[in-house]
Design a protein around this ligand. Structure first.
Ligand SMILES: C[S@@+](CC[C@H](N)C(=O)[O-])C[C@H]1O[C@@H](n2cnc3c(N)ncnc32)[C@H](O)[C@@H]1O
Length: 219
C-alpha cells in the first residue's frame, strides 16, 4: 500500500523526514494495530496526527539513546509503543515485548507477524522474564511510576544494565515519591532526553535513565 497522504502530512507537519521503506513499515504496523484496536482497547491515538505527534515522537527520542546490538525489552508494550516502532527505526538492535495481559500479547504477536518483523512477544510480566533473560536496556512508557519500576527491577539488576522510562511532566512528582520511599537509594537517575510536548501548558516530555550505583557503564 502506498504511503497514506494523511500519514505523509502528519510526518511533514511534525518536521519528520524518513526513509520511505521505514515509513511504509510504520504504516503497516499502525494499520494492523488499529484493526486490532476495534476489538481490544489498545490505543486512543487513532489518527495519523496523534500517532506521529505522540507515539512516534517518543520513539524518535528513544531510538538514538540505544547502542548498536543492544538487547532491549519493552515492558508493558500494550499497543506496541515504544517497542515496535523502535524495532522498525533501529533494525540493528534486538527488541522483545513483554505484555502481561494475554489477549493483548496475542494481538501483538499477530501484529508483528503481519508486519514481518522479528520481535519476540512474551505474554508475561516483564520482571518475570528477567529470571531467565538478560537485557541491556528495559524501555517503557505509561506502565508504572518510577517507584514501581524500582521495586519491579530491584531483584533483577544482575540481568538488566539500565532502565529507560518515557515520562510526561508528572515525572517530578514521581521522583519525589521514589525519593521519599527510598526506592532510588542504590540507583542513579539521569534525564537523558527532554523535548516539548507541544501542548497548551508547554509541558516537557523526558526520558529517564536509571541504573545501579557503582556501575561504570553509564554516567
Ligand atoms: C497503559 S498501557 C501502555 C501501553 C504502551 N506502552 C503505551 O505507551 O501506549 C500499560 C500496559 O502495560 C501492561 N503491564 C502492566 N504492568 C506490566 C508488567 N509488569 N509487565 C508487563 N506488562 C505490564 C498492561 O497490561 C498494559 O497493557
Amino acid at each position: 500500500m502506498p504511503i497514506d497522504p494523511d500519514f505523509a502530512a502528519a510526518l511533514a507537519s511534525h518536521s519528520i523526514e524518513m526513509d520511505e521503506a521505514m515509513a511504509q513499515r510504520l504504516q503497516d504496523y499502525v494499520t494492523v494495530m488499529w484493526r486490532f484496536n476495534e476489538q481490544l482497547n489498545l490505543t486512543r491515538h487513532t489518527t495519523w496526527d496523534l500517532f506521529v505527534g505522540r507515539d512516534l515522537r517518543d520513539c524518535l527520542q528513544l531510538a538514538p539513546l540505544l547502542a548498536e546490538g543492544e538487547e532491549v525489552l519493552d515492558m508493558g508494550s500494550g499497543n506496541g509503543v515504544p517497542g515496535i516502532p523502535l524495532a522498525i527505526l533501529r533494525p540493528d538492535i534486538e527488541v522483545s515485548l513483554a505484555e502481561s495481559v494475554a489477549k493483548r500479547a496475542k494481538a501483538l504477536s499477530e501484529i508483528v507477524a503481519e508486519v514481518g518483523i522479528q520481535v519476540p512477544v512474551y505474554a508475561a510480566r516483564g520482571e518475570d522474564l528477567m529470571e531467565d533473560f538478560r537485557f541491556t536496556s528495559v524501555v517503557s512508557r505509561a506502565v508504572g511510576s518510577i517507584a514501581k519500576f524500582c521495586r519491579w527491577i530491584e531483584p533483577h539488576w544482575m540481568m538488566v544494565d539500565r532502565l529507560l522510562l518515557i515520562k510526561g511532566p508528572k515525572w517530578l512528582d514521581e521522583r519525589g515519591e521514589a525519593r521519599h520511599l527510598g526506592s532510588l537509594a542504590n540507583l542513579q537517575m539521569r534525564k537523558v532526553a527532554s523535548y516539548p510536548l507541544g501542548d497548551a501548558e508547554e509541558s516537557e516530555g523526558v526520558i529517564l535513565q536509571i541504573w545501579p550505583k557503582g556501575s561504570t557503564r553509564y554516567q
